[in-house]
Design a protein around this ligand. Sequence first.
Ligand SMILES: Cc1cc2nc3c(=O)[nH]c(=O)nc-3n(C[C@H](O)[C@H](O)[C@H](O)COP(=O)(O)OP(=O)(O)OC[C@H]3O[C@@H](n4cnc5c(N)ncnc54)[C@H](O)[C@@H]3O)c2cc1C
Length: 450
Amino acid sequence: MFSYISGMSLYLDNMNKNIAPRILWPLIIASCAPLLFIIKLPPKMTSSSIALYLASLTGYAGLMLLLWMYVLGAKSVTRLFFKDLAPVLGVHKDLGKYGSIAFLLHPVFAVYGFFTPSLKSLTYIFLPNTSSLIYRHIALGQIAFYCIAVIWVTSIFFRKRLGFRAWKYIHYFAYFSLPFAILHVPDLGPQFMASRMVKLYFLAIAGSFVVASLFRLSGWLNLDRKRYIIVNHSKITDHDFMIVLQPTTDEWLAPEAGQYVYVKQGIISEDHPFSVTYYDEESGELTIIYRYTGTFTRYLTGLAQGEEVSIMGPFGAFTQDIPEDGQQPVVYLAGGVGVTPFVQRLIDNRRDQSQLLFMANRTHSTAPLVRTLKKALGDRLVAIYSRDMPAGAGEESGRISEALLRKYIAAPRSSVYYICGSEPFVEECKRILGRMNIAPERIRQEEFSW
Ligand SMILES: Cc1cc2nc3c(=O)[nH]c(=O)nc-3n(C[C@H](O)[C@H](O)[C@H](O)COP(=O)(O)OP(=O)(O)OC[C@H]3O[C@@H](n4cnc5c(N)ncnc54)[C@H](O)[C@@H]3O)c2cc1C
């Protein structure tokens, strides 16, 4: 069944990159909508009864949104439905930003509804008290509240300053908060105790959490990954490395050109995405080129031939709508190691005159695969060096600019553009293409971060 669902989603994803948000947001709204019918309006409209009603509404909606965040952050689950994870992670991020507001408002309404408003009553939000069963349930909710509050404040105000890894670990608090938020409801929520439908809604949330956690567990235990052996590992530029991975069984991953996989080693390991530079259909071997950037890629540099890694995927639909008939001029704009998703297509279709590659690098010694690609593409490769002088035909110094693109692209308005690299590189290329009046639907992008 999973493969059927997954097959259907591939089709949808290929048609439109925005399909994931268009499917997910209505589903998310639909999953919260029953609350408007099952949470009973107060018989008497007083400020505290309205506050209690809103506390229930925001509490259950917050719980549902947190569950969605948990599910959409789990590759083990989302890979069953979506081919490209980037737009799904976009919804996950927006949920974190805006969905948490419901979660944070819940205790404010609850305190207002249950207690006479005063400075002292505010302590019920902030200070745990374990003197009775009810207070212990409130304390569980407070733990969940603190977790979400920390993530929300750090994500909104300190995301850039914190750096990627610190933010990522703080953001795991959301997952920690969900079981506490779930346990906080029974024996406490008046709507839960009074209504069978609310109980059912709650059970659906708790059950989905358990199922999603089992999927996550399978991911941690590498059950949804394939094992590969490193058969070659070499340094190819000043800071790029090439790894060739051989599958350990006949059941290997078969990525299409431009797709990426997640690489992990062992059980307690981070897993990071890397485009498949080359996939050999005959042997199942995958070639990955990675740039030494930080902790994980430094760790990768230490892996030796013969060691095993676990690979998950393939993901992505970046270059999959490129027509194969060679009738459509295609321009690839690659910043540094951002050339990797283009390599297989360029090499396999080396005679296809409709393909033009611009490779932007600092120097010749930092440009991955430039010689191989030059050999395959000839004058359809333009190499641009920001810190080196051009050394021959088809080389330029400086940066990608409108004048440079116009110099090489015969029909800019009827070409399609594929941009890949760091976020600033992608943004700069999009600005230039915008100035050249290239229609946005002719531009595709893949950023090497999210
Ligand atoms: C779809 C995709 C394809 C990629 N393909 C390649 C490739 O072919 N070759 C290559 O060298 N790099 C590729 N990257 C980038 C690569 O994943 C990061 O450089 C790497 O994860 C950095 O990890 P680090 O710990 O070494 O560095 P850090 O210093 O920790 O990270 C540097 C930056 O990488 C990004 N990053 C870190 N971890 C992750 C993660 N788990 N998921 C997404 N982004 C992350 C963040 O923006 C971070 O600021 C790709 C990224 C994506 C999203």
